[in-house]
Design a protein around this ligand. Sequence first.
Ligand SMILES: Cc1ncc(COP(=O)(O)O)c(C=O)c1O
Length: 434
Amino acid sequence: MTDSPLSHTWTTRPATPDLASVLRRALHEGTLDDLPAAVFHDLGMMRAKVQTLQRLFPDGTLHAVAIKANPLIEVLGEIVALGAGLEAASMEEVHCALAAGCPPERIVYNSPAKRVDDLADALRLGLHINADTLDELDRIDTLLGSMDTTSTVCLRINPLVGSGAIAITSVANRTSKFGVLLESEQSIVDVFRRYSWLSGLHLHVGSQGCEVEMLVEAARIILDLRVRIHEATGRTQITTLNMGGGLPWAYRDETSPPSPENYVELLKREVPELFENDLTLITEFGRSVQAGCGWAASQVEYVKEDRDPHMAVIHLGADFLMRTAYHPDDWPHRLSVLNSEGEVKDGDLVPQTIVGPLCFSGDIIARSRLLPRIEPGDWIVIHDTGAYTLGMWTRHCSRGMPLVLGYGEGVVEAGFKTLRRRETPEDIAAFWSA
Ligand SMILES: Cc1ncc(COP(=O)(O)O)c(C=O)c1O
């Protein structure tokens, strides 16, 4: 595999003219086949990001990219081909990872609701398991009474570093449902004493809204806990540290995303033991790898000029951008306007509202946004949609998922690679059938 193009650094955000030229190519090649909307993913950029992680972290680190951020099997397959792994948040996602060709020893299995059968399957496959509770460890121990496994088991600890800027995606506060609270230290020590097969710790602070400093503080707390566990048990049994994901993406124009270079630099300064060779690291980045690689384009069907500001009706709404519709201030997306030929529009900026196709008033993806004047037939480009969009697709009003196309230097040499065909009305009828 050739090296990734230097033009793709972690923080690169594709410029609107570049996206417009990709859309024009799809229009000219007939790839869109008159469809009013499509989703694009730059696989070259994604590859460069995974390779950046591989370069920065110590050799032997397993980068298990979070499937929930973008579950398309073709996308997962590209990640696996780079030697990286996948983080699965359910047994269904484990199956997606296997379908993408991921070797079981590169799959991390997370879920707060694992059933005994799920744990048995995970142990049989030899997955990395992040146990969410002490009870889950007891279940694993019972299973291990009658089976062998190559699985590594980490215990998820809530490091209690508090919430970031977005409450509902912060998981290191006292009200989070995940992991064992740091302050239950005696119980944590007890399970390490009891279960010699327990060999790792797992933490995850949140997804978006958590500053890099919070992620580093949490790692410091967990490494200190490791020392105390070792002192108390008299054994150096914790050899794996799963650091979770949570590196934020910059959705707004005026911000730039922190790079993994910043993150690793800070970790090296504050938690140098992470880089010593008695620990194997696992990461679970999702959003920061995927968000900037994806974008969507929808044609404008109507413009309601009797509204103030004018409202442009497009074919992607809360079904694709659920969080944006419900919490617009936390999840803004940059937008660009192209004409019907895919040329970037300029001219005076006027406030306009962009609404989706669903039957509820909250189906709004941008309110009173300053944009060039929009006309029916124009294309609206929604930037940074590569993470937590298709994976959170909703069935409200039963609209079909759009066509998803992959492209990218060094990965797709000509044309586009279909990452997912569009869902037809027949597919939807089949979906809702008994
Ligand atoms: C346990 C766990 N790991 C990793 C991730 C991925 O986080 P992000 O996409 O912010 O990197 C999540 C996201 O919710 C998670 O819950």
